[in-house]
Write a protein that binds this ligand. Structure first.
Ligand SMILES: *Cc1c(COP(=O)(O)O)cnc(C)c1O
Length: 500
């Protein structure tokens, strides 16, 4: 299978190449030329298989220039019990027709581990396939979770350097500590005086900087990305949609073949897009609920067909969704226009220059048929954490709470009672303080100490504190640099010790 850019079908390339490059040279994102399908039997059999086997079986249909044994080895190395516990993904029965898919049992307590634990394996093999001797520098702009997951995935992987940029004031206390205490000879972390979009824009500009690329190449470095613009980030995320469905059938929550709802807390549109791809591959999905926080640019887009990033970015208690430019929407537009790269390129150009683009009515209608957008404000998010704990004894992190309540809004408006799976993207312990507020126990952690908050959350809920949180208390701060977005290139050159 070959891959093309969302902005032009010319020059198809192999999957290894797409993973190694991250972003297409024309600024587009790599997408597969076609979509494989799975039979219902194949889907249902995933319930009985180890997660690594499920992953390899989806990956091998896209990454056809990797040998199946190679992919199996990558998946086995990534989804170990040591890193993910007994089950990398867990479908929790919570309410009558609603289950929660926990995707945060990995080393950094967010769903980003599902992709970023396997990406380094895929990427280093891609480098070998290309016959390249050089080293790869992996850049990541992060709204909080990608950064740590990328650092954890790539730390001390030979032949790589990983550099992360995060909004200095836009992440939770635990998220920040996770990044600033990162060990590994090949890791670098920079706070940005700006928001996630500034960091993401900076990284995209660096990818477009030909002169810089030449300069890096001269020193044996090539650039790649750990953001969900990289196909290697997206494809592992398709897997858990199938696995969740198979588990739901096995638990007799649904009949085989029954259509379900997936409700996804959305930022860069990567996670939900992976679900859309699973549907294209044959998964019976009735609809996706696209859940946003106060940064409701996607809700507006779905409702009106007009994407408008000209608005203030709000800092919320679900910081990993504090995003105004959802990069992966470009892939959806490409697919839903039947692959009209020039149209997509035009819209992205408009987005870049004016901050706005508008899709034709029929395309807007098609998108709205399959994706329903709802947004949830801060008070609703906290209230949801409280009610779900009171009603079901289940603790939601703020991102998952946004999704839970978006689903409630959808059901109220549509009277659709279809069985739904809410994707849970982070452990509540990543955001203990906000979760406590939701539980009306904010007084238990009044001083700004994230460890006191974690202990209090344990006392209130009985949920065990993950060892990753405790480990941070003793960890040494190793990365303290805070820079202006204009200094990102300089920071990279400095990190790689390239001076002239
Ligand atoms: C990254 C992230 C999201 C958003 O996922 P996208 O793929 O960017 O849409 C939601 N919740 C958490 C906890 C995250 O880390």
């Amino acid at each position: 299978m070959l891959f093309v850019s969302t902005r032009s079908k010319d020059n198809p390339i192999s999957s290894a190449h797409a993973i190694k490059e991250g972003l297409a040279p024309d600024g587009g994102l790599y997408v597969p030329q076609s979509f494989p399908t799975l039979t219902m039997d194949e889907i249902l059999s995933m319930h009985r298989q180890p997660y690594a086997v499920c992953a390899a079986s989806v990956l091998r249909r896209y990454l056809t220039d990797y040998r199946p044994e190679e992919l199996a080895a990558c998946a086995t190395a990534a989804y170990t019990e040591e890193k993910f516990g007994q089950q990398p993904v867990v479908l929790q029965k919570v309410a009558d027709r609603t289950d929660v898919l926990e995707l945060w049992h990995g080393p950094t307590m967010a769903f980003k581990d599902m992709a970023l634990q396997i990406l380094p394996h895929l990427m280093t093999r891609a480098q070998a396939k290309a016959g390249e001797e050089g080293r790869i520098v992996i850049l990541a702009a992060t709204s909080g979770d990608t950064g740590k997951a990328a650092l954890e995935g790539f730390a001390d992987v030979p032949g790589t350097e990983v550099i992360v940029f995060y909004p200095e004031e836009g992440v939770s206390a635990i998220q920040k500590l996770q990044m600033t205490t990162q060990e590994g000879e090949n890791t670098a972390v920079f706070g940005i005086q700006g928001n996630f979009d500034d960091a993401q824009r900076g990284v995209k500009e660096i990818f477009h900087d030909r002169e810089l690329a030449e300069r890096l190449r001269g020193h044996g470095w090539s650039l790649s990305s750990a953001n969900s613009i990289n196909w290697g980030r997206l494809v592992p995320q398709i897997v858990y949609y199938f696995r969740a469905y198979a588990d739901a059938v096995a638990a007799e929550r649904i009949q085989p073949g029954e259509s379900v709802l997936f409700c996804v807390p959305t930022g860069n549109f990567g996670d939900i897009l992976a679900g859309y791809y699973a549907r294209k591959m044959g998964l019976p999905v009735k609809r996706f609920i696209c859940a946003s926080n106060a940064n409701n640019v996607l809700t507006d887009f779905i409702n009106t067909g007009r994407y408008d990033r000209n608005r203030t970015l709000h800092k919320t208690i679900s910081p990993s969704m504090d995003i105004l430019v959802s990069s992966n929407l470009e892939r959806l537009l490409y697919d839903m226009t039947g692959g009209k790269g020039s149209l997509v390129a035009g819209w992205m150009e408009q987005l870049n220059t004016t901050g706005v683009y508008e899709v034709p009515t029929d395309l807007g209608d098609d998108i709205r048929y399959l994706f329903q957008g709802f947004w949830v404000d801060e008070q609703e998010t906290k209230d949801t954490i409280g009610t779900v704990f009171n009603d079901y004894g289940y603790v939601l992190d703020p991102h998952t709470a946004v999704a839970w309540h978006a689903l409630e809004k959808y059901r109220l408006l549509s009277s659709d009672e279809a069985y739904a799976i809410v994707l849970s993207t982070a452990s509540p312990y990543k955001f203990s303080q906000s979760v406590l507020e939701g539980l009306n126990k904010a007084d238990l952690a009044r001083n700004d100490d994230p460890f006191a908050a974690a202990q209090a959350l344990h006392d209130v809920t009985g949920l065990p504190v993950p060892p990753q949180v405790a480990g941070l208390r003793e960890a040494e701060i190793l990365h303290q640099d805070v820079i202006d977005p204009g200094q990102m290139t300089a920071a990279i050159l400095d990190t790689l010790e390239i001076r002239c």
